[in-house]
Design a protein around this ligand. Sequence first.
Ligand code: OGA
Ligand code: MN
Length: 295
Amino acid sequence: MTLEFRKLHPLFAAEVSALDLRDVHDEGNLERIRAGMDEHAVLVFRDQAFSSEEQRDFATRLDGELHRKTGISVLQKSRFGDEAITDVSNVDASGEVLESDSRKRLYGLANRLWHTDASFQDPRGRYSMLAAVALPPVAADTEFADMRAAYDALADETKAKLEGLRVHHSIAYSRITLGFDFSEEESDQLKGAIQPMVLENPRTGRRSLYLASHASRILDRPIPDGRLLLRDLMEHATAPEFVYRHSWRRGDFVIWDNRATMHRARPFEDTRHRREMRRVTTLDIGDPARIAQAV
Ligand code: OGA
Ligand code: MN
């Protein structure tokens, strides 16, 4: 099987030639996909027909360990019976579109802020894989920003200033900025994690800015200085030239590297139209190729 990558944006993101990922088990093709991720950071596969279990099993084959300590699991259990399968939908357990004041909806609205998945956990997230199961008749796009290109474009002086900085990421923080309330018990389970400001992909040596709306403060700076620096960097990193906007088609399956990109959902009339998406995220542990060989 030859895999071809067609670029979707001058800097990153590519569409992969037709294949059914349920049939991809051999190490050669899995490694070609990982190499594609290293290069493009976002890969779009069309017409995938995964069940939730098949999606989870593919994620395990490709990248090993799965992220299960999701933020939403603190609020309610996954309707798929496995916390590795995150419901990124605007429907309740019985499939009805969520009411405007539903807690799940309000929590999910924060996906409209620029972020990376599972930066608030240690180990952090590596790849996220999102399947479009049911789409509204209106645009409900997702934007991605290339954080490698954003890093490269910084002045040398700024790069030097960022060296060694440590950032606290908390999923509660990004929600609180939108006015979401957590109970004390929930907050206790969402303490967050400390991450470097700059990450390096160990396979390619490429560096990226590791930012998200979950980034609450820089440990090595007074809070206002750190927050202002974070805001400046977010503004820089999400300039239009770094952004690819994905218009979903049913059956699309998009994999992104959370170390190398940020993403956000774009608004649509979500109390009117159903949008069902299912996500599995892997953890940034070890070398993906070696982990997958061991399972
Ligand atoms: C996600 C996410 C954005 C969207 O699944 O992690 O942020 O457009 N999704 O649904
Ligand atoms: Mn996300």
